[in-house]
Design a protein around this ligand. Structure first.
Ligand code: MG
Ligand code: MG
Length: 269
């Protein structure tokens, strides 16, 4: 069942998502060679709790194993999503790390993800990041009242596949509100004019997960981390949006992250 949000609820969603944006910016500041993903996780958890919210991911149940131990998913290089923060995983120059973060604030959820560059990454990897991020905005642009969910996936898929990249099928975007995952599912692939109609008050997380090679993935023995079958890198960018006055209203934000990237010469778009 899809829960359309009122104006007041959209503003609560915006607050939760702005906190995610601020948390991701804090993490961005700390991303550098030598840092462990566990350090980034602690920093994020403390920041979220200091702002009166709960890290939604912490303790998230898993049908295949134990609950998620972290407050962020920290997915390095060929890990697509759901990377478990670890003292053993140290960032190196040239790595990329997708940091996905969720907050629960005043009863509503925020959810956003950004793939950060560690030091200087190769041109090939930078192109993957650019295309994935562009595809997120192509998807968002199509999310207007009267269109259908399939239009979003079509926009993401055609943009990424035109560059020869893979679109992960097993994980998708989603409705979001009082629950982190609500109906409808929002795949990053699809056909124009298919799926549920997009209406005012719909809140969804759009999150392209794009690979440099094959779109095939598998689950690691930790029962969380999802890796590309061919070991090539993957990128993941996510915004939570509301359909507001017929148009997409981005509730999360990359503004602060982009400002930090610019100071490091890491601008990707
Ligand atoms: Mg997310
Ligand atoms: Mg999500």
């Amino acid at each position: 069942m899809i829960f359309l949000k009122t104006e007041d609820e959209i503003e609560l969603m915006r607050a939760a998502n702005q906190l995610v944006a601020a948390t991701l910016a804090e993490v961005c500041k700390a991303v550098q060679p030598g840092v462990t993903t566990a350090q980034l996780d602690r920093l994020a958890e403390e920041f979220i709790r200091d702002h009166g919210a709960e890290p939604t991911f912490k303790g998230f149940p898993n049908p295949y194993g134990g609950p998620f131990p972290g407050s962020i998913c920290a997915s390095v290089n060929e890990i697509v999503v759901h990377g478990v923060p670890s003292e053993e995983i140290v960032l190196h120059d040239g790595d990329i790390i997708s940091v996905d973060c969720g907050t629960l604030l005043n009863g509503f959820n925020g959810d956003s993800c950004y793939t950060f560059q560690v030091g200087e990454v190769s041109t090939d990897v930078k192109n993957l990041l650019r295309t994935t991020k562009e595809s997120l905005y192509k998807g968002i642009e199509t999310a207007v009242a009267g269109h259908r969910i399939g239009d979003i996936g079509y926009a993401v898929q055609t943009h990424c596949e035109a560059q020869g990249y893979g679109v992960v099928r097993e994980f998708v975007g989603h409705g979001i509100g009082r629950e982190m995952h609500e109906d409808p599912q929002v795949p990053n692939y699809g056909k124009r004019g298919q799926g549920k109609q997009i209406k005012n008050g719909l809140c969804i997380a759009i999150e392209p997960m794009i690979t440099m090679g094959t779109h095939e993935v598998y689950m690691m023995p930790d029962k969380w981390s999802i890796k590309t079958r061919d070991g090539k890198p993957a990128a993941h960018f996510e915004h939570t949006i509301a359909i507001h006055h017929g148009k997409p209203d981005i509730l999360s934000s990359f503004e602060e992250i982009e400002r930090i990237e610019a100071t490091r010469g890491q601008t990707i778009s």
